[in-house]
Every structure is written in C-alpha cells, then in structure tokens.
Design a protein around this ligand. Structure first.
Ligand SMILES: *Cc1c(COP(=O)(O)O)cnc(C)c1O
Length: 348
C-alpha cells in the first residue's frame, strides 16, 4: 500500500532495495531484477554475446524457457541427456555430446546452460571442469532452486550468471518477476541497460544498445523484498509438507516413489508406471496434478527442428513416469493424507 500511495510505481527505490537484499542472500556482488525468469535468461545470454549460430549445451528435462531463450537469439541448443537419479544434466553425456560434434561445429560451442531441476543442484563441480577444459561459459538456471546450497554456496552463484523466477509456483513470488545474479560488473551493467531499452544507466534517454522493456515494477519488488524475508519460513513449510508426503507414501507402500530431498523443495514429484492413467484418475477425483516435465525435445515445435523420440532416452523415461502432486506451503497434513489415499487407489 505504501508503494501504491507513493509517486513511483516503476523505476523507484523498491527495485534497488530488493536487488541488494537478494544479492546478499545468494552471495553475489550484483543482482538485476527483471520482469520474469525467462527475460532474465534472455538478457544474460545477450550479455555473454551468445548469438546466431552459436551452440549451447543444455538439458532436455526442464521448463521449456531454458531452451527457448537460446532460440530467441538464434543460438542452437545441443541437448545432453540427464542423470537417472538426480534428473539433472549428466556431465558424462555432455562430454559425449561435445565429442560427437564435427570439429567445425565444436568451434561454435559457447556455453553450458544447466538447470537446478526441482530445487536440486546440478553437479557444478563437474560442469565447471568441463567448461574450463573447453573454454565455455557457464549459465545457471536456478529458477527452481532459491535457497538450495551446493558445497556451502547458494545456487545462483555457481556459473557466470544465475537466474531466478518469481512466478507463483516458485519458492517466493512477485506475481511475475525474475532476478539475474552475477559477480561480473560488466554483465550486470549490460543487463541493467538492456532491461530498460538499452539506455545508459543514469544517462537519460540515450540508447547505447538494443534493449527491451524487461523491467520489474515497484509493487512486485516490494512484494519480493517481503517474500525474501519470509523465505526461511516458506522453505520450512515446504519441507514439512514434503516430509508428510514421504511418510504417507511410505506407509501406503507406494514403492515406485523416488524421493528427492533438498534444502529447498520446488515440487513434490513421484514416478509411476502408467502415469497418464494415474493422472487422469487423480484429476477425476478432484486432485490437481500434472505430468512434469514433458521432454523439451519432444514438444511439437522442437520436433519440427528435427528432434525425435529416442534421442534422449533417460529424459524420455523420466518424463514419461514423473507426476507432480499438489504442493504448496499451506497444504495441511489432512490434505496430504487425502491425496495419498486417492493415489493409492489409482495405483491399485
Ligand atoms: C519457472 C522457470 C523458468 C522461467 O521463469 P518465468 O518467470 O516463468 O519466466 C525458467 N526455467 C525454469 C527451470 C523454471 O522452472
């Protein structure tokens, strides 16, 4: 309400306040607030100079934005399959993908864009070694991993830049919104300029490069600041709901569960055979749920680019079996039990 009654609904002090608090939390020098996680990925890629014809290694098991952002700049995704247990991009498959590229194409390889899937950190130590060996940039899509730690560091500070999203299903929300995190002054300056039409920060209306309107407004930033303060409480509530699920599922002897515990829960997914039938049964009985994620390379748009079923078998197996159960911080114990009871019926 204070922001709404003020004279700044955009380009005011709230964005800066949120950015400073966010940078401190993640442990980076710079944070740049933007209009969404997707716009953050787009700006970061542009700031790294990734463009037409460049190749970027990424995962086919993610929310589609992490691959789409490459297409915005006419760069090409080179998908590498995932690890069966963590669902994250498999470093060994990355090496194989690089090795499989013709020498001419290998020169076009610019970066690895890895995702901390479902709040679980990717294998950044191995990814860093591969990036160093091949002279690649490292991009961290940490949109699902606010609060996750990896070897004592927060997700979002493990690559050349990280990106967070604040869509309502994320750990914190601003309605719509996102954040770029980096230790590079040059990268954050470029992103600051490009989120605001390419203007020189502090330089009035002068435009120095191609930019967009990817700004975060003041109301969203004020929400974000307060949400960030509540993050420990929100993460604790999410972890509590996850624990209830794990216990109830074990008691119900749903043995096809593949639990994935973390310090930051994004979704609660399980693996089941006949997944689509189980989803249909749950929905028919009033339980909202979804197949999550559908494989990116099997989306009709990507298949038009030449990808086929069978290209990334681990990703395809996982995405044919995973199902996201209702999950949010205010879910009650009774509701969790109810979901599991219906699920048990679906499985039998
Ligand atoms: C949510 C999400 C995004 C995009 O965030 P938006 O704010 O919806 O644009 C990108 N990547 C992953 C992995 C996500 O989960």
């Amino acid at each position: 309400m204070r922001v709404l009654k003020s004279s700044h609904l955009s380009c005011g002090p709230e964005v800066l306040k949120f950015e400073l608090a966010f940078a401190k939390y993640v442990g980076v020098k710079h944070a740049v607030a933007v209009s969404s996680g997707t716009s953050g990925l787009h700006l970061g890629l542009r700031a790294l100079g990734i463009g037409e014809g460049d190749l970027v290694i990424t995962t086919p098991f993610s929310f589609v934005a992490s691959a789409n952002c490459l297409l915005f700049e006419r760069a090409q995704p080179v998908f590498a399959d995932i690890d069966r247990t963590t669902y994250n991009i498999d470093p060994a498959k990355i090496e194989a993908a690089i090795f499989g590229l013709p020498a001419g194409k290998r020169k076009k390889l610019k970066a690895i864009l890895a995702v901390d899937v479902f709040g679980r950190s990717a294998d950044w130590y191995a990814l860093g070694a591969i990036a160093k060996k091949h002279g690649l940039k490292l991009i961290e899509d940490s949109c699902e991993a606010l609060g996750t730690t990896y070897r004592g560091k927060k997700c979002g500070c493990l690559g050349d830049f990280g990106v967070f999203g604040f869509y309502p299903n994320k750990q914190i929300t601003t309605g719509e919104g996102g954040m770029i995190t980096t230790n590079s002054r040059a990268l954050s300056d470029a992103c600051r300029s490009m989120r605001n039409q390419g203007r020189v920060p502090g330089g009035g209306l002068e435009v120095s490069r191609l930019g967009y309107n990817y700004r975060m407004d003041e109301m969203s930033a004020a929400l974000g600041f307060v949400q960030l303060k509540r993050l420990p409480e929100l993460l604790e509530k999410r972890a509590r709901v996850a624990k209830w699920y794990s216990i109830a599922l074990r008691q119900a002897q749903c043995d096809k569960i593949r639990p994935h515990s973390d310090d930051s829960w994004f979704v609660y997914t399980i693996e089941v055979a006949h997944r689509d039938r189980v989803v249909a049964y749950l929905r028919k009985n009033g339980i909202e749920c979804n197949n999550y994620f559908p494989a990116i390379h099997l989306q009709p748009m990507y298949m038009k680019m030449g990808y086929r079923k069978g290209d990334f078998p681990v990703c395809e197996l996982v995405s044919s079996r995973t199902l996201a159960l209702p999950f949010h911080p205010n879910l009650t114990y009774r509701e969790v039990r109810h979901v599991v009871t219906i699920l048990q019926k679906a499985l039998s």
